[in-house]
Design a protein around this ligand. Structure first.
Ligand SMILES: [Fe+2]
Length: 193
């Protein structure tokens, strides 16, 4: 289930809103031009690889591709494992988009499993959208944002692109991401209620 926290973006950010209410989240995101949709989740995909994931959601994927003109779809997947390189691999993956940036393309992600937080910095506020299985988030091109997968990344996401030139981030240099509670903090706080 999606969990939204909205913060002020000053030196000492305040939480203005915390909610799991679907309608409330949809309204808050619509106000900042971000679209969140939900697909029914397919069960039994815990150990599925990219092809199986894309196949399981092929109808929904085809519909979004047709409606919104995406030309490239893939699966980004990170699951904790016991390999010696996991700590470094997960640290590097988390660090990649953990600072505020923009893209020339929309950032569209469907979470087939696991979770991650998109932080959308728009109009003096930060909307921290914790996405979980079934969530399809569309961040418009040019939106200042960052993404935190936590210190123990675990997610499977279908990604939609308008071109396959690779995914480039233009970093703003604004250190705001370091002032806003991170994935581990938000998920721990949510668990405590
Ligand atoms: Fe991004």
């Amino acid at each position: 289930m999606t969990y939204l926290t909205v913060y002020t973006d000053g030196d000492a950010p305040d939480a203005l809103l915390r909610t799991e209410d679907g309608a409330e989240i949809a309204t808050a995101l619509k106000e900042v031009g971000v679209r969140l949709r939900h697909w029914p989740t397919v069960e039994g995909l815990d150990d599925a690889g990219p092809e199986e994931i894309l196949n399981a959601y092929r109808e929904e994927v085809a519909r979004v591709v047709a409606e919104e003109g995406y030309t490239f779809v893939d699966v980004a997947q990170l699951r904790p494992d016991d390999s010696p390189d996991w700590p470094e691999r997960s640290r590097a993956a988390r660090a990649k988009f953990l600072a505020e940036h923009t893209h020339d393309d929309d950032e569209v992600r469907f979470f087939a499993g696991g979770s991650g937080i998109f932080y959308l910095h728009i109009d003096g506020k930060v909307h921290a959208v914790l996405c979980e299985a079934g969530d399809l988030l569309s961040v418009p091109a040019g939106t200042t944002h960052w993404f935190d997968m936590g210190t123990r990344p675990d997610f499977t996401a279908i990604r939609f692109f308008h071109d396959d030139d690779g995914w480039v981030g233009d970093f703003t240099g604004d250190p705001i991401a370091s002032r806003i509670p991170d994935f581990d903090t938000i998920t721990a706080g949510r668990a405590q209620g």
